[in-house]
Design a protein around this ligand. Structure first.
Ligand code: NAI
Ligand code: MG
Length: 338
């Protein structure tokens, strides 16, 4: 079945890794009908806004998107396009899987999916400064907001994800010992939801600081982790670091009616246009998109091809200490798809 989807190639290395990703999707026979749109700097230059109405309209109609990284224009009062898209489409679940692909690294056998609440918590955007700047008595406040509704739906998302993807365990990560109300509500809701999954998914909970330490000591003890916005932001970068960095880290932003898939990394202006970017993260994001639209066999074929190219063929881009160009790596992945 063909799925209509919005394609935003993005800035910097975005167009290069997007072209590479389209090639592997084609090789695997994935059928998307792409509606190509712009955002970020590319849109700023062409249309004077980083998030054109046409792009929003396209996403409203397709409710499905693949997005390259966007350079956030500095020195303007435009909000981050990524945050604007998350809010506009209520993409409340940020899913970030991380798996060891490169042999010989510090950690082997890591296979973690971090599920982060994407709209609440300390990133609610409610901030205030009490007293004028420069005042020695100045006091800054940021209001963290967790709702029972928001906690319940992210917890349910995590357990459903675990069941659908055959995962063994969900770890609820919190700070309810100190933030008794804010994090307590999240822990309470997540535990309540977990009861519906008893016998199907193992559940445990852990305090955020202990979680950060245990991840470094032995990441293989974790499977799915569900947590609130800021904890998830920090842990997901830590976890990406455990498996070799940004070139391999995909992410999905998922809401009740829409989903947007992207790499975790940015537009990498330092290597843009040089043909050396690692397209794996966006390719893996496209695999998550295939899972999402009900084509897991195609996703599995592409994932296996990426893994074999990196692990068995030793064909790697510079960020993974190889010397393959983006095109050479993509050729190799397409050959592996066969
Ligand atoms: P970045 O992720 O673009 O780059 C950090 C470092 O990682 C650079 O040395 C870069 O060359 C390298 N790198 C990143 N992706 C790579 C890949 N696929 N292959 C090989 N090397 C890779 O982060 P930075 O430099 O902080 O941000 C650049 C721009 O990207 C900024 O304008 C920022 O706002 C934006 N950004 C956008 C994101 C998004 O659209 N989702 C996410 C993060 C940053
Ligand atoms: Mg972050």
């Amino acid at each position: 079945m063909r799925h209509r989807a919005t394609l935003i190639p993005g800035d910097g290395i975005g167009p290069e890794i997007t072209a590479a990703t389209l090639r592997v999707l084609d090789a695997a026979g994935a059928e998307f009908e792409w509606d190509r749109q712009t955002a970020g700097m590319a849109a700023m230059e062409e249309e004077g806004t980083p998030l054109p109405d046409a792009t929003l309209e396209s996403l409203r109609s397709t409710r499905l998107g693949l997005k390259g990284p966007l350079t956030t224009p500095i020195g303007t009062d435009f909000r981050s396009v990524n945050v604007a898209l998350r809010k506009e489409f209520d993409l409340y679940a940020n899913v970030r899987p991380a798996k060891t692909l490169v042999p010989g690294g510090r950690y082997q056998g890591v296979d973690i999916v971090l599920i982060r609440e994407n709209t609440e918590g300390l990133y609610s955007g409610v901030e205030m400064m009490v007293a004028v700047a420069g005042d020695p008595r100045a006091l800054a406040q940021s209001v963290a907001v967790n709702t029972r509704y928001g906690c319940e739906r992210i917890a349910r998302f995590a357990f459903e994800y675990a069941v659908r993807h055959g995962r063994r365990k969900v770890t609820i990560c919190h700070k309810a010992n100190i933030l008794k109300l804010l994090s307590g509500l999240f822990l309470e809701e997540a535990r309540t939801v977990s009861k519906e999954y008893s016998g199907r998914v193992v559940v445990d909970d852990i305090i955020i600081d202990a979680c950060a330490m245990k991840l470094v000591l032995d990441p293989t003890q974790f499977d799915v982790i569900v947590t609130t916005n800021m904890f998830g932001d920090i842990l997901s970068d830590e976890i990406a670091g455990l498996v070799g960095g940004l070139g391999l880290a995909p992410g999905a932003n998922i809401g009740a009616v829409g989903a947007l898939f992207e790499a975790v990394h940015g537009s990498a202006p330092d290597i843009a246009g040089k043909g050396v970017a690692n397209p794996s993260a966006l390719m893996l994001a496209a695999c998550m998109m295939l899972d999402h639209v009900g084509q897991p066999p195609r996703a599995a074929r592409i994932r296996a091809a990426i893994e074999r190219t990196i692990r068995d063929d030793g064909i790697r881009t510079r960020d993974l200490k190889g010397n393959a160009t983006t095109t050479e790596f993509t050729d190799a992945v397409c050959r592996r798809i066969g």
